[in-house]
Design a protein around this ligand. Structure first.
Ligand code: MN
Ligand code: MN
Length: 299
């Protein structure tokens, strides 16, 4: 790997780790505003000279893809199980990391631990030549050891330049995929653990979007949004980045046209099908004989 590229990847990882930890510390206290915490995380990325890819948080039965809008009044409450998921890039080189906190309670301590154990077991296998099914099997087996299961229709993924998912999925169960990890692949491993059925479905209003295919649009609002998100090079964006710039009405109209003409794709919240609590742990790793985990905390 080009050392300059590796430097950028490592830098993105350091920033993502620190933002994840600081965001999580805020959410751990009851009364923390979801909206303010995500704004705080976004600011913190920029302050450390990283570029924002995303800052998301997903409470309780929502596994992923929840981003507060400007109207969102939600705050953390005692007993909440909250996942924070941070994406940072440096010139397109991405770090993707997530962790879970339980707000002043210990009821889901084991489920949080199970996600971490599953992640760590898979990281140990993140070496050239390991078939993907083995990473999946290791994750499920750690989850089951503590009495839980993994969410089967969510997976980790390879990371590419400006690409959140660059083609290969990392399963969290033995899906029989014999594809082998390759030296220097950048992968995000992210087991989701639950005491429910272990499946998610899309539910509720999407606040996260990505450009799918660029083509002409008629509505001026849609044009403006496309111009605004062009510098993101295909990375995701969220509703409030647009409502703040263009106002709620224009942003809503523009987003609607862009979705209808399939220029952007919406990513609605992903909710566990039996409404069970979900935990998550995620690190970004460079595949090596000694796997290089680049989103660990400094300490
Ligand atoms: Mn993530
Ligand atoms: Mn990920």
């Amino acid at each position: 790997m080009d050392p300059e590229i590796q430097k950028k990847i490592i830098k993105a990882g350091k920033i993502a780790a620190s933002v994840r930890d600081q965001g999580l510390a805020k959410l751990a206290k009851p009364g923390a505003s979801f909206l303010k915490t995500m704004d705080f995380c976004e600011e913190l990325i920029k302050k450390q000279n990283g570029q924002l890819a995303w800052a998301q948080l997903s409470p309780n039965e929502i596994a992923a893809h929840y981003c507060p809008t400007d109207e969102d009044q939600s705050v953390s409450k005692e007993g909440d199980v909250i996942k924070i998921d941070i994406g940072v890039h440096v010139d397109g080189y991405l770090a993707d990391t997530a962790a879970t906190v339980e707000v002043t309670s210990n009821k889901y301590k084991d489920m949080i631990k199970a996600a971490k154990n599953a992640l760590n077991a898979a990281i140990k296998l993140a070496k050239p030549g390991t078939p993907l099914w083995q990473l999946g099997e290791a994750q499920l087996s750690e989850a089951e050891a503590l009495g839980f299961t993994t969410i089967k229709n969510l997976s980790g993924h390879t990371l590419g330049k400006y690409s959140v998912h660059s083609g290969v999925s990392i399963p969290s169960f033995n899906n029989k995929d014999k594809t082998e990890l390759q030296e220097d692949w950048q992968i995000a491993i992210e087991p989701f653990v639950t005491d429910g059925q272990g499946m998610i479905k899309e539910k509720g209003l999407a606040t996260i979007f990505m450009v799918e295919k660029e083509r002409g649009v008629r509505l001026p609002y849609a044009k403006k949004i496309l111009e605004e998100v062009k510098p993101l090079n295909g990375l995701p964006f969220t509703t409030r980045q647009l409502t703040r710039k263009f106002g709620r009405g224009p942003a809503t109209l523009g987003l609607r046209e862009l979705q209808q003409s399939r220029i952007i794709k919406a990513y609605p919240p992903l909710v566990e099908v039996s409404n069970a609590i979900v935990t998550q742990a995620e690190h970004s790793v460079i595949v090596r004989d000694k796997p290089l985990v680049y989103t660990r905390s400094e300490d």
